[in-house]
Design a protein around this ligand. Structure first.
Ligand SMILES: Cc1ncc(C[n+]2csc(CCOP(=O)(O)OP(=O)(O)O)c2C)c(N)n1
Ligand SMILES: [Mg+2]
Length: 555
């Protein structure tokens, strides 16, 4: 019966769980854990800020679907992780954050670097633990992974006091790591018939897919359902990638920055089949005016989402992939000629407008060029702002888990570290981070991490000298008073990246951006391009916050 310390138990169980990469930063309160890690095969990625470590874990988790791990010390280490944890909660990402805590005897004394990590993370985690004894880790670590990955995934925090990390206990045998529990369900025959009947009776059905389709690996079933019954498919921001964008049935992203035709079709539809989506306000606009003519079938693994925002006529609380396996076989083939002809004509008349081709530095042209020339296996990450919305509108995302974006929390600073995580977990795939000049500055210290591991990450900054999405709202809704949204100093991003040892270039009028993009994407290793764009370009159309989606301004 070997003696093991709490730290050894953590590390051995992480290894048993198949964790081979984990990001973090050490400090006084997690040094015993780091000492144990030094003897492990787990590849430690030294981030330069714990928020970076949290988003690196997210990049791994979002691109693979498997829970990923990050570490932080007590106090500021834990507070720095908070934003990434909250972000994972809102986008249902399985992250296990292991934080150091002051020794148990000092908890509650305002000890050096003490914060109540458990209390602070209670509302932003799926579950959290404060471990009091080393032997508890034998239960807590497997539980944390099971919870993070089961049903609707989410972040779990394990706060481990320093004395617990050091405590030595007899361990008979390490526990098995349990597989995540799928919320599989055998559907009620009555529900299946009701689903079929509602679809049969509908004249203008639409499938509305969200991030849950990706989480549940249900893209293939969604495609089968849509094609069998010729149902147009709209997506939320988080659902992008689960339906092929070039399929005529695809009608794009709904909501605040959706195309006109998409929101118009949602206005007309008489049946919304909402799959793994939660009626977020950026998708619905004014809720009572969202799909005003439609009945709703809502399938979601999380009971608390049902009837939370929109009341469903039929709801199924179960894993989507499982549900569709039972629903699709009984779906009738139906060409729905009239509805689809109408949808196509709206699509033609009210599609997103690409600007005239005279300005190659127009952000829409740039994003379309990136999408056209990038390798088909590319994983994209974005930051938050106009560039994110142009990316969502114009990048042809054709596979699940290849468009990683901070949807629910909308966190500037997400893009670069998430790209690192994606690159670490997918060494065979190119990674492109589309960022903005504001967002980039929020986690650019992770350029050092990129350099450490020579990651194949291309960072493309659409540089408008502004907090552009804020500027756009001020232009439309705040009397064109641009208070606090214009940057006075224009950092030399290429010089900064070079300072980190990363190949970089600032494009200018003399450079053909398509050429420069091609060269950058074909180059081995990390590259940063600082791409000037005109500050006055807006993301259109736009639904004014709080308005019905049918009220769209801009082209
Ligand atoms: C951490 C954080 N702070 C503030 C905001 C509010 N916000 C949303 S978009 C945006 C502007 C982002 O600027 P930039 O990265 O340059 O992107 P752009 O809109 O110019 O493309 C701001 C400040 C946010 N989303 N996240
Ligand atoms: Mg900007």
């Amino acid at each position: 019966m070997p003696q093991m310390t709490g730290s050894d138990i953590i590390v051995r169980l992480l290894e048993k769980r198949g964790i081979d990469i984990a990001a973090g930063i050490p400090g006084g309160a997690n040094l015993p854990l780091y000492h144990a890690l030094s003897k492990s095969k787990i590849r430690h990625i030294l981030a330069r800020h714990e928020q970076g470590a949290g988003f690196i874990a997210q990049g791994m988790a979002r691109s693979t679907g498997k829970a990923a791990v990050c570490f932080g010390t007590s106090g500021p280490g834990a507070t720095n992780l908070i934003t990434a944890i909250a972000d994972a909660k809102l986008d249902s990402v399985p992250v296990v954050a292991i934080t150091g805590q002051v020794p148990t005897g000092m908890i509650g004394t305002d000890a050096f670097q003490e914060v109540d990590t458990y209390g602070m993370t209670l509302p932003i985690t799926k579950h959290n633990f404060l471990v009091r004894k080393a032997e508890e880790l034998l239960v807590v670590i497997p539980e944390a992974f099971r919870i993070a990955e089961s049903g609707r995934p989410g972040p779990v925090v394990i706060d481990v006091p320093k004395d617990v990390q050091k405590e030595s206990v007899q361990v008979e045998a390490l526990p098995d790591m349990q597989a995540p529990v799928r919320a599989s369900a055998v559907l009620d025959e009555a529900d299946i018939s009701r689903f079929h009947a509602m679809l049969r009776d509908a004249q203008k059905p639409v499938l509305l897919v969200g991030g849950g389709v990706i989480v549940s690996d249900a893209a293939a079933q969604v495609i089968a359902l849509a094609r069998k019954n010729s149902i147009p498919v709209a997506s939320t921001l988080m659902g992008l990638g689960c339906f092929p964008p070039d399929d005529p049935l695809f009608i794009g992203m709904v909501g605040m920055h959706g195309a006109r035709f998409t929101n118009m079709i949602m206005e007309e539809t008489d049946l919304v089949i909402a799959l793994g989506m939660r009626f977020d306000d950026r998708a619905t606009g004014r809720v009572d005016a969202f799909c005003p003519n439609a009945s709703i079938i809502h399938v979601d693994v999380d009971r608390s989402e049902i009837d939370k925002i929109k009341t469903a006529s039929l709801s199924v609380i179960a894993d989507l992939s499982d549900t569709l396996d039972q629903i699709v076989p009984g779906i009738e083939e139906n060409p729905r000629r009239e509805w689809n002809t109408h949808v196509q004509s709206l699509k033609q008349t009210y599609a997103l407008q690409a600007p005239e081709p005279d300005d190659p530095y127009h952000p829409v042209h740039l994003v379309r060029t990136i999408s056209r020339i990038a390798d088909a296996n590319t994983i994209y990450t974005t930051d938050v702002g106009q560039h994110q919305m142009w990316a969502a509108q114009w990048i042809q995302v054709s596979r699940p888990r290849t468009f990683l974006t901070s949807g629910g929390l909308g966190t500037m600073g997400f893009g670069v570290p998430a790209a690192i995580g994606a690159a670490l977990a997918n060494p065979d795939k190119p990674v492109i981070c589309i960022s903005g000049d504001g967002s980039f500055l929020m986690n650019m210290q992770e350029l050092a991490t990129i350099r450490d591991h020579n990651l194949n990450v291309k960072i493309l900054i659409l540089n408008n000298g502004y907090l552009g999405l804020v500027r756009q709202q001020q232009e439309y809704f705040y009397e064109k008073v641009y208070h606090g949204s214009q940057f006075e100093c224009q950092p030399d991003f290429a010089a900064i990246a070079s300072g980190f040892g990363i190949h970089a270039q600032r494009l200018d009028d003399a450079t053909d951006p398509a050429d420069a993009l091609k060269k950058a994407l074909n180059q081995d290793g990390p590259v940063l391009l600082d791409i000037p764009i005109h500050h006055g370009k807006n993301v259109t159309p736009m639904v004014p916050p709080g308005s019905a989606n049918i009220v769209m301004i801009g082209e």
